[in-house]
Design a protein around this ligand. Sequence first.
Ligand SMILES: Nc1nc2c(c(=O)[nH]1)N=C([C@H](O)[C@H](O)COP(=O)(O)OP(=O)(O)OP(=O)(O)O)CN2
Ligand SMILES: [Zn+2]
Length: 147
Amino acid sequence: MNDINIPKPKKLKYHEKRVAVTKEFDFSAAHFLYEYQGKCKNLHGHTYIVVLTVSGYTDEQGFLIDFNKLKSIYIESIHNKLDHSYLNSILTNMNSTVENMIVWIWEQLEETFSLVQYKKQDIRIEEIKLYETPTSYATLKWEWMHG
Ligand SMILES: Nc1nc2c(c(=O)[nH]1)N=C([C@H](O)[C@H](O)COP(=O)(O)OP(=O)(O)OP(=O)(O)O)CN2
Ligand SMILES: [Zn+2]
């Protein structure tokens, strides 16, 4: 039987390994592709899925980053800018392919992360996956951005 009256430990133990946590988000947006021969030359929409993975070291409570904090960073950096948007008016000088969008998304997120104090935990974006459809997606990793 579980004892719910376990005394609070005097000092919480935590490890010193780099770990990663992942959270998934979505946004809906419209676009069309320039200089493209195919159905995507016409205005259409997608519900994009963003799979965001960050890595670093945990704090004394065993948190790398609270999932709620990760969500608020995502909402501020990406959702508020892209949800129900017209992508051609945001990525103005390039095609809104998932390849281009994922780099833009990375840069926006990284800017917000740099404003939050995570130096002690050395938190960094480790990987992003951006799904345009359930079967079509792009991947970007820390070493490809910074290696
Ligand atoms: N390398 C890329 N190819 C294509 C992109 C892209 O961003 N990068 N984008 C498109 C279109 O935006 C299109 O809406 C999505 O492409 P697609 O996977 O072909 O979508 P479908 O749902 O029609 O896929 P099916 O598997 O054929 O059902 C095109 N290419
Ligand atoms: Zn499309």
